[in-house]
Design a protein around this ligand. Structure first.
Ligand code: ADP
Ligand code: MG
Length: 250
């Protein structure tokens, strides 16, 4: 479902991604762990083409993200086509990024209506279904500022699902939450995983990784140092750098 091949990305002289390869199969959950500054957010943003990569490519379900191929060269797509392909990828940010002037329902229907041209009634029916799924049916008419952080993040998850994406990317979705609100967001994410959603999750929640991940990826200094099932990477890491990181977060 997701194919990341030989991805390099620099900011000026700083090489942030140094040849990243990652494959995520349909229905799989991949959890990415690693120290701050190792390139985890940049990798997610590159998958979504929020960052332009310098080398390599990203494909979702066999379709290049942001580019078309002609011979052996890649050409960047027009903005309109980039936006259309980006609708195949849901993104959940650390700080929710809800539209503050829109209600919960409007936050969830906005993209299906404006990016996909769906009729309002259809988008609202889908929003009702998704808000029920994240346990927020009673908040449809509320504004984000009236909700707790955990509730806002659950709205953000419903919004990400509203485009019926092929994969959902989560960038530290619980890091900005008070500790007592982390659980309700993780529960929603666990249910999503069980229902067969393809997910890539950057998180420091090792318990979540252990319970839900099919694959755990350890990143350091712009590279994937090791990857494998949680029992292998978390309990019997092959690399000193993984061990050193885990000893700090566990
Ligand atoms: P992580 O999510 O693992 O903490 P990031 O991908 O956010 O790491 O950042 C990796 C490195 O890239 C860091 O050194 C960070 O300072 C740098 N970086 C991230 N975004 C930018 C940017 N827009 N401009 C310059 N440097 C950046
Ligand atoms: Mg980050």
């Amino acid at each position: 479902m997701v194919d990341v091949r030989g991805v390099h990305k620099s900011y000026g002289p700083l090489e942030v991604l140094r040849g990243v390869d990652l494959t995520v199969r349909p229905g799989e959950v991949t959890v990415i762990i690693g120290p701050s500054g190792s390139g985890k957010s940049t990798l997610l943003r590159s998958i979504n083409h929020l960052e332009k990569i310098d080398r390599g490519y990203v494909a979702i379900d066999g379709e290049l993200v942001g580019y078309r191929r002609s011979g052996d060269r890649l050409y960047e797509l027009r903005e309109r086509d980039i936006l259309r392909r980006r609708t195949q990828i849901g993104f959940v940010f650390q700080n929710f990024h809800l539209f503050p002037h829109l209600t919960v329902r409007e936050n969830v229907t906005e993209a299906p209506i404006s990016a996909q041209g769906r009729p309002r009634e259809e988008a609202e029916a889908l929003a009702a279904e998704l808000l029920e799924q994240v346990g927020l049916s009673d908040k449809a008419d509320a504004y984000p500022r009236q909700l707790s952080g955990g509730q806002q993040q659950r709205v953000a998850i419903a919004r990400a699902l509203a485009l019926r994406p092929k994969v959902v990317l989560f960038d530290e979705p619980t890091s900005a939450l008070d500790p007592e609100l982390v659980g309700e967001v993780l529960e929603v994410m666990k249910a999503l995983a069980r229902s067969g959603t393809t997910m890539i999750v950057v998180t420091h929640e090792i318990g979540f990784a252990r319970e839900v991940a099919d694959t755990v990826v350890f990143m350091d200094a712009g590279q994937i140092i090791e990857h494998g099932p949680p029992g292998q990477v978390l309990d019997r890491p092959a690399h000193d750098r993984t061990r050193a990181f885990l000893s700090k977060v566990l």
